[in-house]
Design a protein. Sequence first.
Length: 93
Amino acid sequence: MKTEVYSWRVSSDLKSELEREAHLRKTSISAIVDSAVRGWLQANTMNLDEAAEQRRLHRAAAGCIGIVAGRKTRRAETARASIRERLGRRHAR
C-alpha cells in the first residue's frame, strides 16, 4: 500500500508522453513511474558485497596503473619509425 507522496515538476512534453503511455497500457501514470524507478534502482544500486568487490578491484588495478617498464624510454616518440621498420622487414621476406 502506498503511503508516501513524492512530487516533482516535469515538462509538458514528458507529462504528455507519460499520459499517452499510461493510456496505451491501460494503467496509471503512477504505475509507470513506479516501474521506471524500480528498474533504475535495480540497475544502478550495488549491494554491499558488490561495492566491496569494486573497491578491491580498484585497489588491485591502482597498483598497476602507470607501470610500464622497458629499455626504450622514448618508445612513444619513435613508434612510427619502429613500426615502419618492422613492416619493411616483414614484407621484404
